[in-house]
Design a binder for this molecule. Structure first.
Ligand code: PBG
Length: 330
């Protein structure tokens, strides 16, 4: 009898494409992708964002083109950010019924009834100081911020948002927003909570795009410390207890352990946000000829799902949808 050779056994499940398909552990669908869009006031705007090559500032009247092409690729869920022309101390543009997000929600609801619309609710794009809350004596007043966030969420729901995504990281905002939505008759509007959002250097390109870099200090009194993971589980648990319908972890690449931890703890749908800096790193390294953009885009996206995400918010959403439809991933 020939000597037994055990060395090939671990590789047997990779022997050909069909077997690899059967043995695949992570399956993804273009239906789980969410594409962020930056909406300005005014009309006729279609400007490429310098810090995020391939992403654009649109106005409510021009964004339809981007939405249509994304739908064509198979990705039909959108996360909307508004960029006001005028910012003020309290961020009053955030809950203006004719604000950029409110306008685009109404337009897209009318023109693309099949699209799922998620609105980012935060004040930092709207405040003159760039912080996500009310500033008093150089500090963020958590509880005063809750009232403004709630008004913002209600105005988004009124304009047609399916899901509100609060990204401010104030304490108790999920409970406050839930009560506000219910009180205004929007029981069916969901909350996707940015439950675990780290104070991260990876948001740099976004802040340039939104002109929302804090004018003083930083966001470390409300966003999370990246040394901590148990704290992330507490944040996720409290948002769940306050009534969040879905949770999010953000960013992705440096936080896959956090994603896996939250996955193990919650039965809520779990989103991951691959943020502007992650996108910009891939773009610039590829432009420098150092990596293959398509390959790295696919690999990083699948890593996020493998770690436990049910859905992925990505600036690559249309390209990822195409990659899934082609069968390169999925
Ligand atoms: C608003 C908000 C930010 C991002 C999403 N919502 C910026 C921040 O917290 O500074 C970052 C998204 C990205 O970098 O792609 N609070």
């Amino acid at each position: 009898m020939a000597a037994l050779d055990f060395t090939k056994r671990p590789r047997r499940l990779r022997v050909n494409a069909g077997v690899r398909e059967l043995a695949r552990e992570t399956r993804v669908s273009e239906k789980s992708l969410i594409y962020p869009l930056f909406i300005t006031e005014g009309s006729g705007v279609r400007n490429e964002i310098g810090s995020m090559p391939g992403q654009y500032h649109y106005s409510a009247d021009t964004v339809g083109e981007a939405v249509a092409s994304c739908l064509d690729a198979g990705a039909d869920k959108f996360l909307l950010f508004g960029l006001p022309e005028h910012k003020d101390e309290t961020g009053s543009g955030a809950w203006a019924d004719d604000g950029a997000v409110q306008n685009v929600l109404r337009t897209l609801r009318r023109d693309f009834p099949a699209a799922l619309l998620i609105s980012d609710a935060c004040l930092c794009e709207y405040t003159s100081h760039g912080h996500c809350g009310v500033v008093e004596n150089g500090k963020i007043n958590n509880d005063k911020t809750l009232e403004l966030l709630t008004k913002t969420a209600v105005s988004h729901a009124r304009a047609g948002a399916d899901i509100i995504a609060p990204s401010d990281m104030m304490d108790f905002r999920v409970g406050a927003i839930r009560a506000g939505l219910d009180g205004a008759g929007f029981e069916d509007a969901l909350i996707l909570s940015y439950a675990v959002k780290y104070a991260s250097g990876f948001y740099g390109p976004f802040r340039e795009a939104a002109k929302s870099a804090p004018a003083f200090g930083d966001r470390r009194t409300y966003q999370m410390d990246y040394h901590n993971v148990r704290e992330a589980l507490r944040e996720a648990a409290s948002d769940e207890a306050e009534g969040a319908d879905m949770l999010m972890v953000k960013p992705t690449m440096s936080y896959l352990d956090v994603l896996a931890g939250v996955r193990a703890q919650t039965n809520l749908p779990l989103a991951a946000y691959s943020v502007s800096g992650e996108y910009a790193m891939i773009k610039t390294a590829a432009a420098a000829g150092l990596i293959d953009e398509y390959a790295v885009m696919c690999e990083t996206a699948i890593g996020v799902y493998r770690a436990g995400a049910d859905m992925l918010i990505s600036y690559y959403a249309p390209e990822l949808a195409r990659a899934i439809r082609k069968g390169d991933i999925g």
